[in-house]
Structures are given as structure tokens and as C-alpha cells.
Design a protein around this ligand. Structure first.
Ligand SMILES: *[C@@H]1O[C@H](CO)[C@@H](O)[C@H](O)[C@H]1NC(C)=O
Ligand SMILES: *[C@@H]1O[C@H](CO)[C@@H](O)[C@H](O)[C@H]1NC(C)=O
Length: 396
């Protein structure tokens, strides 16, 4: 016999059952910070909840996923320590904010640190360090805490950081140190042009780093590459405002490992203080920069579009010696656009260690000048060659 009532009941309960499964899956398979006591109200301190969720995911062998749903979460310093049992996924749909009082995170070196994690994917979300108070403290010349980088990967391997928006860091937005095989993509980094030392991404003592398809607007270098870094690929970056993409500063210490095999390609610089730059202090050092490729770059009203500066001297505190850093095999290929200074290309190399193997190919930089004065190239202790059309006329 056909029992209409039972069938109806069965289909309704089936439907409810599936609804339940769909509702449960995200929160039960993931370590949802809300289940650990976090509140997305922008006011409740959720630091402990985040740390507990991390620790549970990190120790999990089945589904090591941390999930941060929509909402605004107030968090202080987060030390996300490894090693973890498996690759951890850290998915942010919400926004993390630091306390308005800059001392809350400013006495630690990092706001959010992944430490000794081998295998982590960080997706999405926004982090806002609210650096304004800290920057005014610095500008006011008061004694301020050291300031925190917003995210740091320290001694990490196999990292993917994708789709994150980082706002108003106290200092460097994203730091990568003593790490390898890190891929960063689709990032948006924003701080005002006048904010001190708010580099977009700073890499040091690391290898195998890729930075792809990201927009960086900041008060210091969009990307800076410190000593002991190798095998880096930077592509499709929009930089500006900011100080450009820099290798260095190098040669601050006598015993320093060099920088090798770096490519910067297909990127656009808009109203930046510099375009692509290698900078070193004018003092003895065993450092070096070699096998560097800059290609397919567009400069829009950029201060020093092409710049090797071995007399790096910020804030007029200069060693005024000769740089020990050896710069060699640096190629600039297909670099076009406008310079906001007349010296569109500057090679200010060390007298004791002249630059060698500088290659220029198809350069066209014009001086954006009301008086229509032509751009020029400046060379000191620079050796190499040029091919194709090079404008301004090469001085190499
Ligand atoms: C240079 O770096 C790239 C990654 O950017 C890597 O694929 C390549 O193997 C490196 N070359 C050498 C000689 O290490
Ligand atoms: C260089 O660029 C300017 C402005 O875009 C253009 O007028 C000029 O023809 C270019 N020169 C060469 C040699 O390509």
C-alpha cells in the first residue's frame, strides 16, 4: 500500500538531515575560531581563541583547518608555532584588527607570526594593524616601542599566502625570514605614502620565494630583499606609492651572505621614489648581488627608475667609505616610461668593487619635465654593455 504520510515524513527528514550535514561540515571539519570563543564583534579580545584553534589544528592529523568566519576580530600578538602534524589550512573570511593602543602589539617584533611551520596555506581575509598611532609616535620623535611587523613567516617551508589584504602595518607588512618555498599571490597591501618603514614585503635569509600578482601601496619599499636571499621570482606587481622594489640595503655588516638569482618581471611602478634599485652601504663587507634580472617594467613618473646605489645614505647617516658589496650580472631589459628626475638611470657603484656585467637592452625612459629637458644616465665605476635601443644614451 502506498503510504503518502510516511513518504512525506521520510522526504522531510531526509531534507533536514542533508541540511544539517551542510550546516555542520564547515564548522565541524574546520577549527572555527568562534567555536573556541572568538567573537567577531570588533571588541572582544579573541587572542586566546585563535591560539587554541591554531594549536588544535596544528596537532590534528585529520582535518587541520583553521577557519575565521566573517566578522571583525580583535587580536593581540599571535604566535602560531609549528611544527604541525600535517599541512595546515588557515582560511580568513573575516577581518583581524589590532588594538588601537599601539603598545598592545608594538613591543613584540611581530603581530602574527608563523614559526617553524612546514606546510601552511593562508587564504583571504583582511588584517588591519591600525598603525596610525604608532607612526605619529615615531614622527613625534618620542620614545616608541620597536613596532610589529603584521605577518612574519620565520623558519617556515612550503607556504602559500593568497588573497590577503594587509592594511596599515606598524612596520613591514609581510616578512619572510629563514624560509624556503614560499608563494605569495593576489595580495593587497596598503599604507599611506608617508608612513615610516612600512615596507610591503621584506624577504631575508630565504630562498625559493615567489611574489605574484599583487598590489602594493606603502610608505617604504614595496618589496625589499635583504642579505642571504636567492632564487626569487617577482611578477605582475603594481607598486606605488612607495620606494620601489629594492635589493638591499646590503653590506651593513662585514660578514654577510649575498643575494643571487632574482627576477622582477612584468610590473608597473606608479609615482614611486625609485623603480628597481640595488642599494648598499658604503662600508667594508663580503656581501654581493649577482644574477639579477629586471625586465618588462613600466615606470610612471618614477623618481629613480633604474638605480644602483652603493652609497646608500638614508637620514644623512653615512659610513662614507667604499662598499665591499660586489654587484655583478644585472640585466635591465625592456624598461619604459617616465622619470620624475633627470637622471633616469643611475649606476653609482663602489670604487673598490666596481659593478660588472651590467646589461641594458631596450630602455626608453623620458624625463617628465615642463622645461622639456632630456633625461640622462649617470655612471660611476660601472662596467657592462648595452644592446637594442637605449634611451637616455647609455653611459656604461
Ligand atoms: C633561479 O631561481 C628560479 C626561481 O625564481 C629557479 O627556478 C631557478 O632554478 C634558479 N636558478 C638557479 C641556477 O638556481
Ligand atoms: C620613447 O618613448 C617616447 C614616449 O613614449 C616615444 O615618443 C619615443 O618614440 C620612444 N623612443 C624610442 C626610441 O622608442
Amino acid at each position: 500500500m502506498y503510504d503518502f504520510k510516511t513518504m512525506k515524513f521520510t522526504s522531510v527528514s531526509c531534507f533536514l538531515f542533508f541540511c544539517l550535514i551542510i550546516l555542520i561540515i564547515p564548522s565541524c571539519l574546520a577549527y572555527n575560531v568562534v567555536n573556541f570563543g572568538a567573537r567577531g564583534d570588533g571588541r572582544t579580545d579573541s587572542t586566546c581563541a585563535f591560539l587554541r584553534a591554531w594549536s588544535s589544528a596544528c596537532h590534528s592529523t585529520s582535518q587541520p583547518n583553521v577557519y575565521i568566519p566573517r566578522g571583525t576580530y580583535l587580536v593581540r600578538t599571535l604566535n602560531l608555532n609549528g611544527p604541525c602534524k600535517r599541512r595546515v589550512e588557515f582560511r580568513i573570511d573575516g577581518t583581524l584588527v589590532a588594538p588601537v593602543n599601539y603598545n598592545a602589539i608594538g613591543n613584540a617584533e611581530f603581530w602574527i607570526m608563523f614559526y617553524k611551520v612546514s606546510g601552511v596555506n593562508v587564504y583571504g581575509g583582511t588584517i588591519n594593524a591600525k598603525g596610525h598611532g604608532y607612526w605619529s609616535c615615531r614622527k613625534g620623535g618620542k620614545s616608541c616601542p620597536q613596532g610589529a611587523r603584521s605577518i612574519q613567516f620565520m623558519w617556515c617551508n612550503n607556504v602559500l599566502l593568497k588573497g590577503l589584504t594587509s592594511l596599515h602595518s606598524q612596520r613591514v607588512h609581510i616578512g619572510i625570514g629563514y624560509s624556503s618555498n614560499v608563494r605569495v599571490e593576489n595580495l593587497k597591501i596598503t599604507a599611506p605614502s608617508g608612513s615610516p618603514n612600512t615596507d610591503g614585503i621584506h624577504v631575508q635569509n630565504s630562498r625559493g620565494i615567489t611574489i605574484y600578482d599583487s598590489i602594493i601601496k606603502t610608505g617604504d619599499d614595496c618589496i625589499s630583499i635583504g642579505p642571504a636571499s636567492a632564487n626569487m621570482w617577482i611578477e605582475k606587481v603594481g607598486c606605488g606609492p612607495g620606494h620601489g622594489i629594492s635589493i638591499g640595503s646590503l653590506g651593513h655588516s662585514l660578514n654577510e651572505d649575498g643575494v643571487a638569482n632574482i627576477t622582477v618581471a612584468n610590473s608597473v611602478f606608479t609615482k614611486t621614489q625609485n623603480g628597481v634599485r640595488i642599494k648598499s652601504w658604503a662600508r667594508p663587507s663580503g656581501g654581493f648581488a649577482t644574477n639579477i634580472m629586471f625586465r618588462n617594467l613600466v615606470m610612471r613618473n618614477v623618481g629613480n627608475p633604474i638605480f644602483i646605489d652603493q652609497n646608500y645614505c638614508p637620514h644623512n647617516v653615512c659610513p662614507r667609505q667604499s662598499s665591499g658589496v660586489k654587484v655583478s650580472d644585472v640585466t635591465f631589459k625592456n624598461v619604459k616610461g617616465t622619470s620624475s628626475t633627470q637622471a633616469a638611470m643611475k649606476f653609482d657603484c663602489s670604487a673598490s668593487n666596481p659593478c660588472t656585467g651590467i646589461k641594458l637592452h631596450d630602455i626608453n625612459l623620458t624625463y617628465n619635465d615642463r622645461l622639456r629637458r632630456p633625461a640622462f644616465a649617470y655612471c660611476k665605476n660601472a662596467r657592462g654593455r648595452h644592446t637594442g635601443k637605449v634611451f637616455p644614451k647609455s653611459c656604461i
